[in-house]
Every structure is written in structure tokens, then in C-alpha cells.
Write a protein that binds this ligand. Structure first.
Ligand SMILES: [Zn+2]
Length: 210
């Protein structure tokens, strides 16, 4: 009686051998058209792919793709059929690839679900939701202290929403630091924090900023 693990190992071995065979047979994409009916090679819906992706070099067929699992280092095969499902049914980006074997993918999914369910796991989300709910009314000392802490957060998402609170409060005393953040080159040109600061500044001072 074979264990599931043994059976799975045999399937992977067969797929690896098949991928090797196909690689030898298909030197060019033209060859693939002749083999497109074989298992391990599946024609792509080129019209759909062109509609979903605006990049060049879209595949006209999928070939079993051997890869090394990022987590456990095992040899695995991403089958042509799985690729077709991934790109055409899930409609994932054409540059995305399978990087983990099936057992590692399952283990990761379980671990992620567990970490999301853990208490405190969504603290960031809670903080952002709280900041969004802070009204434009003059703040009490406690609210003010919590917003100040959020302004110093290491998470840009939290800082950005805290800055939006300053925009709602429109306090003249905040103008200098809003101006400073809006022009802080070290944050990068497309920083959400900078953009939020520029918008808060405009709201607080009615001055146009660029
Ligand atoms: Zn693995």
C-alpha cells in the first residue's frame, strides 16, 4: 500500500520526465504547435491573454515547467494545464510564476490564515479604521495623542491616514509640518505620505501646492 507522499513523489517524477522529453522535442515555438495535443503542452487562448495583458511575448502555448520549490527546495512541476488555469481562469498576471510545491503552498496558506486569526494581527487595519473615523471636530487630548503617535508610525499607510486627519482638523499650527512632509524629497516622488501632506496642506490653508 503506497502512502500519499509516495504517490505524489511518483507523480512529480513522471511530470519531470515528461517536461524533459518535451524540452528536447521542442526547440522552437513552431515545434510546439505540432505537439500541442500532447499532455504537458496546452495551447493558450492568445486572444484572451492579449486582452488581459499589455506586454509583449505572450505565450501561444503552455509547457510543463519544472521548478525548485522556494521553501523546501524540492523539484516540482508546474503543469501546462495548471498554467492555463492560472493565467486564463484566475487571470493572474502573465509574469507571475509558481514558486512553491503543493505541500508548501498548503502549509503557507494555513500559516497565513492562522496569523490573520491571531489576536492583535489586524492592529494596523484597526488603527487605520480608527483614524478614518476621527471627525473634523476639535479633538480631545486622548484623540490628539493617538493621532500624534500615528504620525510617527513606521507604517506609511498609518502615517498617510493620520495626515489626512490633520487635513480635516485644519489647524494653522499644523501648516509648517504639513509643508515639510509635502516637500520631503527623501520620501520619494510618489510617496503616499507626501501626497496626503500636500492635500492636507491645501485643505488646511487653501493654498495650491504641487
Ligand atoms: Zn516545497
Amino acid at each position: 500500500m503506497k502512502s500519499n507522499k509516495q504517490r505524489r513523489a511518483e507523480i512529480v517524477a513522471r511530470r519531470l520526465a515528461r517536461a524533459d522529453r518535451l524540452r528536447v522535442q521542442m526547440k522552437t515555438p513552431q515545434d510546439a504547435r505540432g505537439f500541442a495535443v500532447q499532455p504537458g503542452c496546452v495551447p493558450a487562448d492568445t486572444v484572451l491573454l492579449a486582452r488581459l495583458n499589455n506586454s509583449y511575448g505572450l505565450p501561444s502555448f503552455y509547457l510543463d515547467r519544472p521548478f525548485t520549490c522556494r521553501d523546501c527546495g524540492a523539484q516540482a512541476v508546474w503543469t501546462a494545464k495548471q498554467q492555463k488555469w492560472w493565467y486564463e481562469v484566475v487571470r493572474a498576471h502573465i509574469d507571475s510564476r509558481a514558486v512553491r510545491c503543493l505541500p508548501c503552498r498548503r502549509a503557507r496558506r494555513t500559516a497565513l490564515a492562522a496569523s490573520r486569526a491571531a489576536p492583535g494581527a489586524n492592529r494596523l487595519g484597526d488603527e487605520v479604521a480608527w483614524l478614518r473615523a476621527v471627525s473634523a471636530a476639535p479633538p480631545d487630548a486622548q484623540t490628539e495623542a493617538r493621532v500624534e503617535a500615528a504620525l510617527r508610525s513606521k507604517w506609511d499607510g498609518v502615517r498617510k491616514v493620520a495626515i489626512e486627519v490633520l487635513g480635516r482638523w485644519r489647524r494653522p499650527a499644523d501648516l509648517p509640518r504639513l509643508r515639510e512632509w509635502a516637500h520631503d524629497e527623501s520620501l520619494g516622488r510618489w510617496s503616499a505620505v507626501r501626497r496626503a501632506a500636500a492635500e492636507a496642506l491645501a485643505a488646511a490653508s487653501n493654498e495650491k501646492t504641487t
